[in-house]
Design a binder for this molecule. Structure first.
Ligand SMILES: NC(=O)c1ccc[n+]([C@@H]2O[C@H](COP(=O)([O-])OP(=O)(O)OC[C@H]3O[C@@H](n4cnc5c(N)ncnc54)[C@H](OP(=O)(O)O)[C@@H]3O)[C@@H](O)[C@H]2O)c1
Length: 243
């Protein structure tokens, strides 16, 4: 199946990490779909992408953070007989540093968990069945090192949400050991930023996008966690589709 025959749904595709993935997939000739809660963010994404790729980008305004919202977004996405072959899940937020736990409210923790973990679950529940029986399809979770440990003081809720997303990805691999689709996690143990906002310890979302697009294209591994610890790891993933 050539990339032009595959439709990749990038959940969180209007975000920092997701937009790099969307761009690289389109450069490789894939069709790409993005769901966002915000039409303005989808317009911004479209403006960031080359005009020649616009006809292969399908956008839906929707909220995949509830079961009903994810189902409604799915119905819109599949209109006209579209078939999703691959999913990349890059939901969440870039950073949270609200303070030490004793200064925080339950409401704040609920918001963090909803955004990082619960949306990852509700979206997966709606979209995994579209791809799981396809040996030439894939489901890829994007996670980060924040799930392993506190990145710096005041980021504890980020660790709670990110570790939930990490664990969910692990649970899916272990609960579904035999699914034909390629089921992987790209764990980025570095910061990811737009090229104009790069700082020490950060990589460009474009480099991350190339690496993830190559993983999706090559379908070389399954039930694997691809840990990206350096720009060199991204280069290997880009050229080989695995680490
Ligand atoms: N940025 C980093 O430094 C970094 C490093 C390593 C790993 N990661 C991981 O990468 C993932 C994405 O991070 P990011 O930096 O790209 O964050 P981001 O720029 O805030 O983008 C996150 C995206 O998730 C989407 N989203 C969240 N809840 C949603 C919902 N209920 N329905 C639809 N879309 C929803 C947002 O969509 P809307 O358009 O609707 O707001 C947004 O586009 C996170 O899991 C993060 O842990 C990030």
């Amino acid at each position: 199946m050539s990339p032009s025959e595959r439709l990749v749904l990038v959940l969180g595709g209007a975000g920092t990490v997701g937009s790099g993935i969307v761009k690289s997939l389109l450069e490789k000739g894939f069709q790409v779909a993005v769901i966002s809660r915000d039409a303005t963010r989808l317009e911004k994404l479209r403006n960031f992408l080359p005009a020649e790729a616009h006809s292969r980008l399908f956008t839906v305004v929707g909220d995949v953070g509830t079961e009903d919202g994810a189902e409604a977004a799915k119905v819109s996405l599949l209109e006209g007989g579209r078939k999703v072959t691959d999913v990349v899940s890059s939901l969440g937020f870039s950073w949270w540093q609200g303070g030490a736990p004793h200064t925080q409210s339950l409401k704040e923790l609920q918001w963090v968990l909803e955004t990082l973990l619960l949306s990852t679950f509700t979206a997966w529940k709606a979209f995994f069945p579209l791809v799981w029986e396809n040996p030439r399809g894939s489901y890829t979770f994007i996670t980060g090192g924040a799930g392993d440990h506190l990145l710096r003081p005041g980021t504890g809720f980020l660790t709670l949400g990110a570790s939930g997303a990490l664990s969910f990805s692990k649970v899916v691999r272990e609960e579904y050991p035999d699914v034909p689709c390629k089921l992987n996690e790209v764990k980025i143990n570095m910061g990811v930023a737009l090229p104009e906002a790069l700082a020490p310890g950060y990589v460009s979302h474009l480099e991350v996008g190339q690496a993830v697009a190559s993983l999706v294209e090559k379908l070389a591994v399954s039930h694997t966690v691809l840990c990206v610890d350096s720009p060199a790891d991204l280069q290997v993933l880009t050229s080989e589709g695995k680490l």
